[in-house]
Design a protein around this ligand. Structure first.
Ligand code: NAG
Ligand code: NAG
Ligand code: NAG
Ligand code: NAG
Ligand code: NAG
Ligand code: NAG
Ligand code: NAG
Ligand code: NAG
Length: 318
């Protein structure tokens, strides 16, 4: 008689461990995890996700391609979520219940143009296969998790137009495959870390409309793939680094609306691919360098008593 309760316990334990094991490989797991996040979102905005329902006869025996196969914004194969594109879906809510550790195959996460708020959880680093994160235009706040550069497959990181603050983590070395980094229109502050120069595959770097201070790090010369560099509308000081001349693929360079001083480096004229140069609203002084003299069309300079280049807008073939 005395052994009866412990026998029940053993049977229960066996049953529950069997159940846990089987559900971790179940095709329904990722769908269930996404539904938990859906349930956490603001109910009134969820009509867009009305296709997010389980198949009629769900359970491990159901046809696995039925899980999340026809869900709006979800691209999924045999129950494995590969891509999430919920751009402009009217979502209101947070990522606190987002199933970061349940989506090991996720390659893309596009949540742009929604009203998601709260912090970006550090668990985002669990999505180790991510190629892109696009959170452009949401209400996220707080700081970027320092560990985010563990997402070594990341090629695109767009956190623009949110309410994020803090500084750029200075240890970005693992981010070597990043080609697109946009932190524009937030409340980031602190200096631009020299380690940004490690991101040698970067093509697009948008840091405009923040509160960055300090000078432009000279390590920026390592970003030889850069096509567009926009650091405008910040509190940057010091002079325009001469070694911007090394960015020979640069198409757009905008440093306007900062507190940059000194003269425009002659070397800027060596940027053969440059189509747009914007240096206005700084404390630049001195003449327009002769290296810029051969610019043919629509070069528009307004100089203020020889001290202040109020606007330099060039749209031209070099
Ligand atoms: C599973 O469902 C898909 C689409 O509904 C169908 O093409 C496929 O044949 C089904 N597979 C099985 C084994 O029933
Ligand atoms: C993402 O979704 C939007 C709207 O549903 C659609 O217009 C766009 O083409 C999708 N993007 C991709 C890459 O599938
Ligand atoms: C996210 O979706 C928007 C709208 O479809 C699109 O413009 C943007 O390029 C997408 N982001 C990425 C990284 O693919
Ligand atoms: C998002 O931020 C905007 C501007 O700050 C605000 O008007 C709006 O109410 C916010 N939405 C949510 C859902 O927090
Ligand atoms: C998910 O990320 C957190 C925070 O970085 C970490 O502690 C945890 O071990 C990760 N889990 C998995 C399954 O990778
Ligand atoms: C970077 O991209 C290359 C080519 O796509 C790939 O082979 C490599 O594994 C990636 N590096 C990391 C750290 O993911
Ligand atoms: C990254 O940049 C910093 C500062 O420029 C440098 O000291 C460090 O060695 C670089 N790390 C890697 C992995 O390249
Ligand atoms: C930048 O360009 C100058 C002059 O062309 C060259 O001497 C220097 O080595 C270059 N720097 C890098 C990091 O390539």
């Amino acid at each position: 008689m005395a052994s009866y309760p412990s026998l029940v316990l053993v049977v229960l334990l066996l049953f529950s461990s069997f159940h846990v094991n089987s559900s971790s490989t179940s095709p329904s797991e990722e769908a269930h995890a996404l539904l938990k996040w859906k349930d956490s979102l603001d109910g009134e905005t969820l009509s867009a996700l009305s296709s997010w329902v389980l198949p009629p006869s769900h359970g491990d025996a159901a046809n696995s391609s039925q899980y999340c196969g026809n869900w709006f914004g979800i691209s999924c194969k045999a129950g494995k979520v590969l891509d999430i594109n919920l751009t402009n879906t009217g979502l209101v809510g947070t990522l606190q219940n987002f199933p970061f550790s349940n989506l090991p195959n996720l390659k893309g996460l596009n949540l742009s143009y929604n009203s998601l708020y709260g912090t970006i959880p550090v668990q985002i680093t669990n999505l180790s296969k991510l190629n892109y994160i696009d959170f452009f235009t949401n209400n996220f706040s707080g700081e970027i998790p320092v560990e985010i550069d563990q997402l070594t497959s990341l090629q695109t990181l767009d956190l623009g137009k949110n309410h994020l603050s803090g500084s750029i983590p200075s240890s970005l070395c693992d981010f070597s495959n990043l080609t697109f980094l946009a932190l524009a229109s937030n409340r980031f502050s602190g200096s631009i870390p020299p380690s940004l120069g490690n991101l040698t595959n970067l093509k697009f770097l948008y840091l405009y409309d923040n509160e960055f201070s300090g000078s432009i790090p000279s390590e920026i010369e390592n970003l030889k793939s850069l096509v567009e560099l926009d650091l405008s509308v910040n509190n940057l000081i010091g002079s325009i680094p001469k070694n911007l001349r090394n960015l020979t693929n640069l198409n757009i360079l905008s440093l306007s609306t900062n507190q940059l001083s000194g003269s425009i480096p002659f070397e800027i004229g060596n940027l053969k691919s440059l189509a747009e140069l914007s240096l206005g609203q700084n404390f630049l002084s001195g003449p327009i360098p002769s290296s810029l003299g051969h610019i043919s069309v629509k070069a528009h300079f307004i100089q203020n008593a020889g001290k202040h280049v109020d606007l330099v807008w060039i749209s031209a073939k070099w």
